[in-house]
Design a protein around this ligand. Sequence first.
Ligand SMILES: [Cu+2]
Length: 481
Amino acid sequence: MIISLPRKETTSPTLGDWVVFDALASRTVCLPNILSTAQYNSQLSSIDTMTVSIADILQTGLNVTTSLLNFSSNLNTNAALPQSVTNGTSQLGTLQAPTLPTQLPASDWGSRSADNANPYTQSPSTSYVRSYDFHIKRGTIAPDGYQKDVLLINGQFPGPTIEANWGDTINVNVHNEITGPEEGTALHWHGILQKSSPWEDGVPSVQQCPIPPGKSLQYFFKADLYGSSWYHSHYSAQYAGGLFGPMIIHGPNNVDYDIDLGPVLLTDYYHKPYFQIVKEVMGTDLSLVAPESDNNLINGKMDYNCSLVTDGTPCVNNAGLSKFQFQTGKKHRLRLINAGAEAIQKFSIDGHKMTVMANDFVPIQPYQTEIVTLGVGQRSDVIVEANGKDDEAYWMRSVISNCSRTIQPNAQAIIYYPHANKDKKPTTTAWVDNTAQCANVTLLTLTRGSLTLTLRTGCTHRNNPLLPYHPSRQPRYNYNA
Ligand SMILES: [Cu+2]
């Protein structure tokens, strides 16, 4: 196994060293020590990542698991909690999160391009099946420092990234291992058309049967559109309890870029259990109102002000923010996904404009913007050119619009340039949002000079559109004419 290490991932780096800290032995091992000095001087002193094999790490006498674990916790330089406590086994939000390829091996969309093929009617059909195994269990983590019982897929929050090529078949073997209490579950593949497989999706107990506790179900469906999306539970409010993850389908691109940084999940976040959210939103007790969200996460991470906790739940300040790596001068693709429960998100990166290349599963005529607005379930693929300073770090932000009820609307993550000091937080300034908070970006405002609405359908009298239909009375006229 080979891993790539960025330079200076420690709280006490020696200039030019890559370091792994072994917490058990309380010692720091500089990885260049395991390479020859000549190798180090000639090839490695000026670059920013080093590829090293586990065998090389073993030579240092470190236990591999320990060193990797501590390496990943070192990634949260300013974090009080290791990644395993905030996000389980997910690597999202760390500098180790893998970048994505432009396509998986054996892609087969032929001469179809974003310009010449309508994805809704001209998708290819490959013979490739991309298979995933999902084990869904309850678990306890602290994504923003506040300890919470959540639902995890393969121990991960957010759930694993599904990847396929356009036209492939996606096969997900879902094992419902939810206990304490047991509960059904059912997954929904957001945006997939399911033209020939409607039973693989939809509302549980209407279109698909929920998976009973202790049972498994194989989902098979075609990746019929391409771009960025996500999957989530459709059972109860399970996805507000953690049961969601990114789904990326590689297809032809309408805009060139160099590096695919992968999913950027934006989620309003509730400390209340999802059972309680359901009660307050859907229940028959009319004295209850929909709850306020407690925080806003980027790729499942954010800090929280624990002095706000009044119920005695364990909480740690500075749990740790998501981190991203930019390469100076390169074009980075970010796949923005609003995987939240309720909130509209306003996404931006300080000092950088974004080129929006696709919305939902549809490639679009690219346009530049400072702020991307996303409603729940919406996605925007953006290209960001790293034209900032080589030794600077920049804030990535997402703000919950003021039409949502929240205690803490501001999500932040850090983007590092290659020579930025990773021990310091960015000091950059946010773009000014000139749109009304709930509105879309100005460019997308639909303007219709003189639109006359003619009421032809609906519950109104056919001869007098202003006369309402009265449901307690048998209609005497032909409605909906
Ligand atoms: Cu959905």
